[in-house]
Every structure is written in structure tokens, then in C-alpha cells.
Write a protein that binds this ligand. Sequence first.
Ligand code: ZN
Length: 183
Amino acid sequence: MARKNESVDCNARRAWHARQGKIAAMKIEHNTVVTLQFKIADAQGKPIQNSTEPMVYLHGGYENTLPKIEAALDGQAKGYEVRLHLSAEDAFGLRDESLVRTIPKTDFPPGVKVGGELEGRTDDGAPHIYTVMKVKGDKVLLDGNHPLAGKALRFWLKVTDVRAASEEEVAHKHVHGAHGHQH
Ligand SMILES: [Zn+2]
């Protein structure tokens, strides 16, 4: 009889654990990998970008996404949706007009196209990526600001998956696999 009771207890415990597993979906915390669908619009609500592919990032202050996005998602789980209105400072930063420059076209390789990117240097000599804004006669206008710098933005985010990061991902400070870092 003792044996039988034991096995009943055991089954009950297993069932309880299974229920807990269902209720306690993995929460977004330090060193979890978060998959998101997102939409970005300007302050007036005009769409700028919708996710065609999900965004995947390593959560926990690794600067893989905006700090305000991490703060809004921390402690949440799969299925969570949120809308955020961010100032330019909290989104992609203010514009830095020292990163706008006009340079002779002869300084560039042939085939410079508007919308293309070139690696140049800042006034301090640090390497920096510039976007070609305009080619006018023999001059090229470059802008080293993030395309969304200086803009207040609205975000809609939906968490579609949360998983624990692997030791390797934590060591590399980024996500591996589909939509992550390929190497
Ligand atoms: Zn890696």
C-alpha cells in the first residue's frame, strides 16, 4: 500500500509541475533572447518601417537595442504588446551637424550613388560610416547621422518568443542562429 500511495503522490507532483510550466512562460530578463515583431512610425503616426523579418536581440544591456525598449520589455513574456512614444534623445539620438559634409567627387571611387554608404573619418579621426545624400556637380553631400536621428518616434512591439541565451551568445554579447549573427 505504501508503494501505491507513493506513486500517486509522484504523479500528482508531475501534473503540478506540468501546470506550473504552462503558467510560468519564460520571462524577459538578463541573458534571454527576445524575438519581436515591430512597427516604427514618426511622431504623427506616419509609418516608417514595419518588420518583414522578426528582430532578435540579446536582452540585458548589451546595446543590441534601445535602452527604452529593453526597459519596456523587462519582466514581460511571449505575447506581450506595447506602444512606446520616444523622444529623439531616447530613440536614435539628436542630429550631429558636424557629421554632415560636402566633399569633392574626385575623392571617391567611381559609382558613388545616392543612398550608398562610404567609410570616412570624423573630425576626431575616428572611422565612421557616411550615407551619400546628394551628388551635385563635382560635389558629394554626406551625412554620418543615423537616418532616424533627430526624430521622435512611435514604436509598436510584440514579443513572439523568449528563450534562454546560450553561454556562447552571452560570451559574444549577441544572438546566433536565424536572424542573429552569422559566423
Ligand atoms: Zn557570436
